[in-house]
Design a protein around this ligand. Structure first.
Ligand SMILES: C[S@@+](CC[C@H](N)C(=O)[O-])C[C@H]1O[C@@H](n2cnc3c(N)ncnc32)[C@H](O)[C@@H]1O
Length: 228
């Protein structure tokens, strides 16, 4: 057993945002955004409205919008600095008209009506959420009938010693700051069992939860629309 160490929800401090934005440009991270965007777009062949929860510097949101001219993406984050970085990324990719950046809490999506989105997605954010069940319920409420939720994040499940060894191998000493942030995220990540409990406690009628090496994926479909 371990004691989960909850991270703060918002990543707001300017140096942290800058470092995260930089890290998100690495080959490894770009590959992750591309894979997730591909999965989302394969489920949205005709385009549509996507909400990206905890969008950070907007990497996933921009990757989705960039690749499909009939997709509009709203990126939501608590952090104003992250949203500014996201807006800059969208402008740099020439997709300002199809992206919207909204500051707010994923656990309270009152700024959006029910039946608003074809997909609610999130990557690398769930380990920050203090109220995951409420976030799932809100995500479900704003989905259109037939819409889907896709969430990918870290999961807890391996001995910390093994993870530290792996970090030391892959992240050279000059990336010590990033290494520590990664370990903090792992310490804040939920176990598969905890995530399963959250999903069971939520209003999602059906979902699949799968794990790979250090990550987990949730997929849920709104059979009859979220806002019943
Ligand atoms: C580790 S970053 C991931 C950013 C981005 N999704 C990515 O994959 O690059 C987590 C982001 O989630 C945001 N966040 C955490 N809790 C949130 C909440 N309850 N509502 C909205 N955003 C949240 C943080 O501010 C931060 O920008």
């Amino acid at each position: 057993m371990r004691d989960r160490i909850q991270e703060k929800e918002a990543l707001e401090a300017a140096p942290v945002v800058e470092e995260y934005d930089l890290m998100s440009r690495s080959g490894h991270m770009r590959k992750q955004y591309k894979l997730m965007a591909g999965k989302i777009l394969s489920l949205l062949p005709a385009g549509g409205e996507v909400l990206d929860i905890g969008t950070g510097p907007g990497c996933l949101a921009v990757e989705i919008a960039r690749r499909h001219p009939a997709v509009r993406v709203t990126g939501l984050d608590l952090s104003e600095n992250m949203l500014q970085a996201a807006a800059r990324r969208a402008a740099g990719n020439g997709i300002t008209g199809r992206t919207t950046w909204v500051q707010g809490d994923a656990a309270n999506l009152e700024m959006f009506d029910g039946n608003s989105f074809d997909a609610v997605v999130s990557m690398g954010s769930m380990h920050h959420w203090h109220r995951p069940v409420t976030v799932f319920n809100e995500a479900y409420r704003v989905l259109k009938p037939g819409g889907f939720i896709l969430v990918r994040d870290l999961r807890w499940g391996w001995p910390l010693k093994l993870i530290k060894t792996m970090c030391a191998f892959y992240m050279p000493p000059f990336l010590r700051g990033v290494r520590q942030e990664y370990l903090d995220s792992i310490n804040s990540a939920y176990t598969m069992q905890e995530i399963d409990e959250f999903l069971k406690s939520s209003m999602l009628p059906e979902w699949t939860l799968s794990g790979d090496w250090l990550a987990m994926n949730i997929k849920a479909v709104a059979v009859d629309g979220g806002s019943r």
